[in-house]
Structures are given as C-alpha cells and as structure tokens.
Design a protein around this ligand. Sequence first.
Ligand code: HEM
Length: 224
Amino acid sequence: MNLLKSTVGRKILMAVTGLMLIGFISVHLLGNMSVFAGADGINAYAKHLHDLGPLVWLFRLAMLGLFAVHITFGVQLYLENRAATPDSYAVQKTLVTTFSAKTMIFTGLTILTFLLYHLLHFTVQITNPEISAHNLPLDAAMRPDVFTMVVSSFQNVFIVVVYIIAMIALLLHLMHGVSSWVQTLGWSTGPSQDKVTFIGKLLAIAYGLAYIAIPLFILARIVK
Ligand code: HEM
C-alpha cells in the first residue's frame, strides 16, 4: 500500500501523527501546570527545556514535521471527501456521526491559527512588546521569568478570550481525535469501541478544562 496516496494509508499517517501530537499536548500541559506552583515552578521547567540546547531545535523540527503531515493530509482527505459527496445531505442523514467528528476540519484550522499566534506570543514574543525577549526580566535565580510573561499576558481579558476559544476548539478536536486513532489502527472493534470512545471524550474534556484553567485562574488573580 502506498501510504501517501491511498486513503487508508493517509488515514493511518494521520492517526500516528495525531497520537504523537496528543503526546506533545500532554507533556506541554504538564509543564504548563507548573505555573500553579508559582514562579519557581514554571521558570525552573522552562530553564530545563532551554538547557537542552540543540535538542530543542531537533524537537521543534520533529514537531513541525508532525504538524505538517497531520494538517496536509487532514485538509486533503476533507476536500476529497467533500468532492466525493457533493450533495451530502442524504449521506449525512444516514451516517452515525457526532458534532466533534463533523467539525474536525474547522476545529483543526482554528487550532492551527491559534498555534501561529501562540508561537508569536510566547516563543518569538513579538505580539506584546512589554514581554518581548529583550524586556523579559530575569527572576531571583537569574532565569528568564516565564512566570511573569505568562501571568502578565493572561491578565489581559482579550488574550484570555482568544486562548479560551482556541482551547474549546482543542477540546472538540480531541473529543473525536483521542479515540478515533485507536479505531483507524484497528485496535478497537465491537463493544470495546464504545468504551474507547467514552474514555476518549472524558480525556478530551480533562485536557480542555485543564488548559482553560491556566488563563482563567490567572485572570481571576488566583495565580498571581
Ligand atoms: C493555556 C494554554 C497554553 C499555555 C499557557 C502555553 C504556554 C506556552 C509557553 C510559555 C511557551 C514557551 C515555552 C518557552 O519557550 O519557554 C509555549 C510554547 C509552545 N506551545 Fe504552548 N501553551 C498553551 C497551549 C498550547 C497548545 C494547546 C498547543 C498546541 C496545540 C501549544 C503548543 C506550543 C508549541 C508548539 C510551543 C513551542 C515550543 C518550542 O518553542 O519549542 N501550546 N507554550
């Protein structure tokens, strides 16, 4: 089977890259949760990451590849699917599908748009001049003060709204994504499929709420 050309092959690649992206989202969430431990928590975490040096760039390259494959095939399969069913009303009526499954392309593109903004915001640091790499203060241990950068950003209600909309898109995307890769790879059939779908939805809600809690708790001054 030609993985890049056949529909099944591309679905398998989407499932595998999707699973890896879920891995990234899990590690990133755990790292970000260290904001709840205060400046010492997240600044130490960020320093450990930056100290990895060239490995960070290797990791970034791998992430870029994963996102590129996942997004390219996602858009391709969506367009092919749409072209194959121009009058999809009758088909949609008979298919058992969920809101999150039907909206994967839109939630996916929302996440992509967010990601571009997010990288400019926290990695390149050009969207808010007051937190640019030049102005970012050092903490008492002479580490870049990522805590202050994150907290001062999320004291701005507009930034929090953007993040919350994006995290809702992520939650919806994961509602389908966390369980669908198991089915695509043929690892769940029959009655076990319902269980996998249910656990997938629970996990998606947990990821979404945990991510939303970060900007929300900061806006509410519970973290400051
Ligand atoms: C409340 C939500 C989030 C917060 C507070 C947050 C925080 C951060 C911070 C502080 C950085 C910069 C790390 C550093 O260079 O020290 C970062 C980088 C990044 N974030 Fe997030 N993030 C959030 C959600 C997300 C989501 C949902 C995704 C993916 C869909 C994501 C993907 C990334 C990526 C790809 C990077 C770049 C990593 C690198 O520089 O190598 N983030 N994030």
